[in-house]
Design a protein around this ligand. Structure first.
Ligand SMILES: Nc1nc2c(ncn2[C@@H]2O[C@H](COP(=O)(O)OP(=O)(O)OP(=O)(O)O)[C@@H](O)[C@H]2O)c(=O)[nH]1
Length: 207
């Protein structure tokens, strides 16, 4: 039987990015294998767990899904500190979500560990109305020393690959020098989903 302690590594992964870019859908796709209909906006922070296997070792990913809305910023910032990996998500069909990336990076630099693994994700590649070409995302990621991937939570494209890559990279870092941010469990419990957000409301900006 699988017990709570039946894993070799525990990594905390935090998703950030503007409201409506698809953070929750990416997490639900990976952890539950579904694309939720009528997804409501995240209130504060939510988390899900999935255990994966890398090189015959069990790796438990604790995935924290933060609210993109500005009014939750002080809550979500407090979750950066103990993250092993931060996934910064934008919507490839919504230019303002890409334009906000430098603001998100400033937040990450201020609140996260300097050793955190940073990944840039352009989500919603199933959409026809792309505004940000792949090479623009790639270039941004390269300039900021981030791994880059484009995904579709809707079509399950590259979602598994994204989280498996993170698990593998974190295991490698751990194996090499144990130079990861110290894991601290958080007892804050502010989560839930109420109001609804649609694709068209994806462009709320950081101020
Ligand atoms: N076409 C398409 N729509 C998506 C995809 N991922 C998410 N969406 C839609 O985008 C909207 C927002 O998705 P969420 O996952 O709630 O976005 P979020 O980033 O968690 O938003 P906040 O919780 O407000 O920060 C929903 O209407 C989803 O159905 C995708 O890969 N493709």
């Amino acid at each position: 039987m699988c017990t709570m302690e039946d894993f070799k590594f525990l990594f905390k992964v935090v998703l950030v990015g503007n409201a409506g870019v698809g953070k929750t859908c990416l997490v639900r796709r990976f952890t539950q294998g579904l694309f939720p209909p009528g997804q409501g906006a995240t209130i504060g922070v939510d988390f899900m767990i999935k255990t994966v296997e890398v090189d015959n070792d069990k790796v438990k990913l604790q995935i924290w899904d933060t609210a993109g809305q500005e009014r939750f910023r002080s809550i979500t910032q407090s979750y950066y500190r103990s993250a092993h990996a931060l996934i910064l998500v934008y919507d490839i069909s919504c230019q303002p979500t890409f334009d906000c990336l430098p603001d998100w990076l400033r937040e990450i630099e201020e609140y996260a560990s300097s050793k955190v693994l940073r990944i840039l994700v352009g989500n919603k590649i199933d959409r026809e109305d792309r505004e940000i070409p792949t090479f623009v995302g790639e270039d941004f990621a390269a300039r900021h020393n981030m791994y880059f991937l484009e995904t579709s939570a809707k079509e399950a494209e590259n979602v598994e690959k994204l989280f498996m890559k993170i698990a593998e990279d974190l295991m490698q870092v751990q194996a090499k020098n144990k130079d990861l941010p110290r894991y601290e469990s958080s007892t804050t419990n502010i989560s839930g989903r109420t109001s609804s957000v649609s694709d068209s409301s994806c462009c709320s900006k950081l101020t």
